[in-house]
Design a binder for this molecule. Structure first.
Ligand code: HEC
Length: 152
């Protein structure tokens, strides 16, 4: 009789405790959020386009020290690249280009960017970008795609 009377209370108590502890586990969501963020992009659900852009983003790590992409981004060692597509070479405001870049009669497109990035010194002799070049066509394709997405 006492047992039967106590046990529902016990059950309620246990339930209450477990609910509370579940809540308190949830509350430090500051700890949980980053974990979720790193696990959310599950590879199988990425489209080929997204895979390409991710690859491009990784490759842009090689440019980031010298270039910003955003509107109004500052010129660093290299010029800001906002709206680079369709722009004439050597025309970012307030950047001190080499004579070679200023004299170059180049409009930046997927093709001209890819050729420049393959081997900057060969494509435009005496330009002052200290970057050895991306020899793999697939790398350039991904990087150019990433640039296109992030400079418009
Ligand atoms: C060490 C610094 C440095 C790195 C790394 C670098 N750049 Fe540059 N970049 C420059 C400089 C400096 C110029 C200007 C060259 C000139 O005036 O001759 C330039 C010019 C350019 C231009 C022409 C911009 C214009 O306004 O005409 C593009 C496009 C460009 N870089 C893209 C890239 C990309 C993409 C990468 C990464 C793969 C990269 N750069 C890596 C320094 C760098």
């Amino acid at each position: 009789m006492t047992k039967a009377f106590l046990s529902p209370k016990l059950i309620i108590a246990v339930l209450a405790i477990s609910t509370l502890s579940a809540c308190s586990k949830d509350t430090p969501s500051a700890n949980q959020a980053p974990v979720k963020a790193t696990t959310t992009p599950p590879k199988p659900t990425l489209s080929p386009e997204e895979v390409m852009l991710q690859k491009g983003r990784k490759l842009f790590a090689r440019c980031r020290a010298c270039h910003t992409l955003n509107e109004g981004g500052k010129n660093k060692v290299g010029p800001n690249l906002w709206h680079i597509f369709g722009r004439k070479a050597g025309t970012a405001e307030g950047f001190a280009y080499s004579k070679a870049m200023l004299a170059a009669d180049i409009i930046w497109t997927e093709d001209t960017l890819s050729s420049y990035l393959e081997n900057p010194k060969v494509f435009l002799p005496k330009n002052k970008m200290a970057f050895p070049g991306l020899r793999k066509e697939a790398d350039r394709e991904a990087l150019v795609e990433y640039l296109e997405e992030n400079t418009k």
